[in-house]
Design a protein around this ligand. Sequence first.
Ligand code: SAH
Length: 349
Amino acid sequence: MKQLIDKLEQEHCLTKENYVRLMQNTSPELTEYLFQKARDIRHRIYGHDVYIRGLIEFTNYCKNDCLYCGIRRSNRNAERYRLTKDDILSCCETGYSVGFRTFVLQGGEDPYFSDERVVDLIKSIKKRFPDCAVTLSIGEKSRESYRAFFDAGADRYLLRHETANPRHYAKLHPKELTLENRIRCLHDLKSIGFQVGCGFMVGSPYQTLDNIAEDLLFIEKFKPHMVGIGPFISQHDTPFHDKPNGTLEQTLFLLGIIRLILPDVLLPATTALGTIHPKGRELGILAGANVVMPNLSPVGVRKKYQLYDNKIAVGEEAVEGYNNLKIRMKSIGYETVISRGDHKTMRNA
Ligand code: SAH
């Protein structure tokens, strides 16, 4: 198996069969071998820097009904909220003062936030914080909408592909959502000029090792600037309330693999990873990740943005959360940096 890891390190690709073989044959020794290589690569490219992104969960209204997600439209128990522009700018203000230089606006697909409103938000943030990057994570839109967001100054866009297998996609989503459109969005975003992130949940219901291998092949081919992966965690008010969670081990292993596929990828140790294990994010960094995304949302709305159960940092002030993460990163020999943290190929873009 070590030869397969060596091959991946050198060629940045494997066959589907070989990805499956690797995942079937993990051992503590092989895993450490992989993580060592993943760290070496990330140190060569990004040193011991950890980029931070301030996550602002600005609306939990959603017109979609994804079966895994706690803010799906048919969850009558979700207490809905929207932040105002002033709320959002004041989140950025707080973040800026402690060193955040990227703000991620994430939300459900909320029709209230028309293109016009989103454009206005982007322009307002960029005007007040011209040295900061704005990342959007607001789902599937038309090419024209994406273009308008880009022209308004948005820099990056996160849109996980969720699974690269159409049959698996159909088991996770209502029929009006298709993998085809998701992929269309990703290609549009890339061709418009965004730094683009795709990704998937590890251990999502009905996922097979074959499916994960297909996700890895998709990542090889699409070459995103960012990849977001985290364990699936069940949410009590969804149809998947009784499905088992993804595991720490498999998520870490895949972080390492993704670092070898795309050496300069921006790879977050996600909140979901921090939720399934108290040291999840530190372990993610040690497996090859180089980004963390502390929550900048006002404490009053945190528990309402419940994509999954037991999400961490629900009662924690933004500055406190940031300081905690800084200490956690230092404890493993890494340093959170005050920087936009662009992809290597997109600096000064
Ligand atoms: N509406 C936006 C943002 C979605 S939330 C969009 O469509 O892109 C961001 C990510 O959270 C999703 O892409 C999904 O992969 C993840 N997520 C949702 N529910 C989850 C759950 N139960 N467990 C783990 N991750 C989940």
